[in-house]
Design a protein around this ligand. Structure first.
Ligand code: GLN
Length: 192
């Protein structure tokens, strides 16, 4: 039995929970999802999803609650989407708290502002995928241990390093469970 936590602060928390539950079912995995706000909440989680929102605000919340230190100590797998992509990085031009698990430099709002949000066909690990970009970041520089899972317009938009997966777009807003399934498999690999 695995438990996937979903950080319950901002963004598409409910949508992430729905698509994670659906992915668990599709994979026939004995697992459940749980909303996480505090250190207490996260204790029984085997992995955590950090959704979109404002990465600076989410970062401050992680610091204030001690969740950042917990994640650094336990090293449980994390799926970061959009603002979560930013938080998983270790370099950014602005001064803001980062978890720093993925060796990459991130450009926030790299595709423009809210009104320049778009939806487009991309490939994710060589499979067709519908990417929804809302003030999405991208990685302008990645370390040699970072695996690139997707690029769009020459820009790196999905990466994996060890047990950390970061995507710049919003997989929770599609029907396609590809990315959540990949994350669940990573969580299972880590608990085994
Ligand atoms: N631009 C936001 C940030 O960097 C992320 C936007 C989003 O999560 N939709 O915090």
């Amino acid at each position: 039995m695995i438990t996937i936590g979903i950080l319950d602060l901002q963004g598409d928390v409910k949508e992430h929970q729905i698509i994670t539950d659906k992915s668990l079912q599709e994979l026939n995995v004995d697992g459940k999802t749980k909303l996480v706000n505090t250190l207490d909440d996260i204790q029984d989680c085997d992995g955590l999803i950090i959704s979109g929102g404002e990465s600076s605000t989410i970062g401050m919340h992680l610091e204030k609650t001690g969740l950042d230190q917990y994640l650094k100590d336990t090293k449980i797998p994390i799926l970061g989407t959009c603002a979560g992509f930013v938080l998983l990085s270790n370099k950014i031009s602005k001064d803001q708290p980062l978890l720093g698990f993925i060796d990459m430099t991130v450009e926030r709002n790299g595709f423009g502002r809210q009104r320049m949000s778009f939806e487009t066909d991309i490939t994710f690990m060589n499979q067709p995928y519908n990417g929804i970009f809302i003030r999405a970041p991208y990685a302008s520089n990645i370390g040699e241990n970072v695996e690139v899972l997707s690029k769009y317009d020459e820009k790196v938009i999905a990466v994996k390093q060890n047990q950390y997966i970061a995507v710049a777009f919003h997989p929770e807003l599609t029907e396609d469970t590809l990315i959540h399934r990949k994350f669940i498999k990573e969580v299972i690999r880590c608990v085994e």
